[in-house]
Design a protein around this ligand. Structure first.
Ligand code: SAH
Length: 470
């Protein structure tokens, strides 16, 4: 047990929490730098717990220390895509279906989360309990008030009588908000929140404030899974295992937490945090609906990013979202892509691009390609030429988003030079393929754990030594 800051997400307390958390992050970063083996992680965890035990926050409460690192399942290792990986993917899709089936349903004895339900679903929820439908709309207003005013518990439904609130609580109905576990804030304002879920897993969400043409934007980068089974070689989340999919309320909550922290509404959402959203399609779609209809985030301001899961792009096309599909390509040909993305072996690039074309035909929405530039691996002029020719020839109206590699532990890749990045972009544009370079913002070494620097953070927090269960 340690003393941990009891940071409710109310803005004033979140700021105190942020300060405390920043100080603690710096200590933890110093204590944990250089993490490699499971034994080392365990040793550091013990040291960290001991170091933290001396914390003397006045607003602290005793909570068990349960960070989010998910060890890989036995047999999962870097390199080839094996049966155990394919099995994990199948299990992950099944887990997503089960999670989505249970979302918004009362199951005996289980807490039932309201967050993520739409106004019409909440009206039905009210009617099912013998309440007038407008009570459901009132609940929706409390849930999605935004900017820090969103309800955190049933007690915050102040337009409902105390008697009704007590009845709801007796039925194990809850809002479904997570608690704030850590805050890491960068000097440019990019802020990462670690949210502790009801099962003590921790997921991260990032808020990225920006000004564009004089208008303020607040982008929230959400996680869709705890961990990820895809194992992309350069991705920090892929260095760990997969624990479970996030339910709709756990995805929507990330956006509300960012709104509470910044005291303003989120304008854009990108599914670029931990996890592979297309392994969790049903819950991502439910969350998308609530974000769009209840929080008011325009569908065109929502981006779903995927490395490719066979059969899943059709599911998105079928949902006819007006959102952006971003595909993580990272290579101009199958042979190179397989070395960077092990799962590409079972979903070859040709099939992936064909599915992207079908998506474009079905939805009329152009597909964006993400391309992480790995120094000396996929960032050479010949790669740019091959990529340009490949995409220009396809019926995709595509755009390439170049992401300079952001170094993570346990990875030997290098960040490309600025000149290499510029040349790559220029070659693409000379071949009539529009490209942009994603500006690296975010959590610099002073503000957060050593490697948490990227605009869209991938790093799991080390420490949870429970094996992945799925
Ligand atoms: N699973 C989804 C979401 C991943 S995160 C996907 O693969 O698209 C969003 C983007 O960040 C992906 O393109 C991913 O490949 C990229 N990314 C992950 N780790 C990175 C790193 N260390 N440096 C640069 N880009 C990274």
């Amino acid at each position: 047990m340690i003393r941990a800051s009891a940071c409710a997400l109310a803005p004033a307390r979140a700021m105190d929490g942020a300060r405390d958390a920043r100080e603690r992050e710096t200590r933890v970063a110093a204590a944990t730098r250089g993490a490699r083996s499971g034994a080392a992680i365990r040793a550091r965890m013990a040291a960290r717990t001991r170091a933290s035990a001396g914390d003397d926050d006045d607003d602290g409460v005793d909570v068990p220390f349960e960070p989010s690192y998910v060890p890989r399942a036995p047999g999962v290792r870097d390199g080839a895509w094996a049966k155990v990986d394919a099995d994990a993917v199948v299990a992950s899709i099944r887990d997503a279906d089960a999670t989505a089936r249970n979302a918004g349903k009362v199951i005996d004895g289980e807490p039932f989360s309201l967050l993520g339900l739409t106004s019409s679903e909440l009206k039905q929820f009210a009617i099912d309990r013998g309440l007038p439908a407008f009570r459901g709309k009132q609940i929706a207003d409390h849930l999605y008030a935004g900017g820090g005013a969103s309800a955190r518990s049933v007690d915050d439904f102040t337009t409902l009588s105390k008697k009704v609130r007590e009845e709801l609580k007796a039925q194990n109905v809850q809002v479904g908000r997570a608690t704030l576990h850590h805050v890491a804030e960068s000097t440019d304002g990019t802020t990462k929140l670690l949210l502790r879920l009801s099962d003590n897993r921790v997921v991260e969400t990032v808020g990225i404030p920006a000004k564009e043409y004089g208008k303020s934007r607040l982008t929230c980068c959400v996680s869709s899974q705890v961990g990820c089974p895809m194992r992309c070689t350069f991705c920090a989340t892929g260095k760990g295992g997969f624990a479970r999919n996030l339910a709709p309320h756990e995805i929507v909550d990330q956006v509300l937490a960012i709104e509470a922290h910044f005291g303003e509404r989120v304008s854009n959402v990108v599914f670029m945090g931990m996890g592979e959203p297309l392994l969790n399609v049903p819950n991502v779609l439910k969350a998308h609906k609530a974000l769009n209809e209840e929080i008011g985030i325009g569908a065109r301001h929502i981006t779903i990013s995927t490395v490719g899961v066979r059969g899943s792009i059709e599911k998105l096309a079928h949902a006819q979202l007006q959102s952006v599909l971003a595909v993580s390509l990272h290579a101009p040909n199958q042979a190179l892509r397989e070395t960077i993305i092990p799962s590409a072996k079972v979903y070859p690039m040709e099939d992936l691009l064909r599915d992207c074309e079908q998506y474009f035909i079905a939805t009329g929405r152009r597909v964006t390609f993400e391309y992480t530039l790995l120094g000396g691996v996929n960032d050479q002029p010949e790669h740019a030429k091959e990529l340009g020719r490949l995409l220009y020839a396809r019926n995709l109206a595509s755009h390439v988003n170049l992401i300079p590699y952001n170094p993570v532990d346990e990875s030997d890749f290098k960040r490309p030079t600025r000149a290499t990045i510029t040349e790559f972009k220029d070659i693409l544009e000379s071949l009539n393929v529009p490209a942009s370079v994603r500006v690296t913002k975010g959590l610099d070494a002073a503000a957060a754990c050593g490697q948490l620097r990227n605009e869209f953070q991938k790093n799991a927090i080390e420490g949870d030594l429970k094996p992945a269960t799925v």
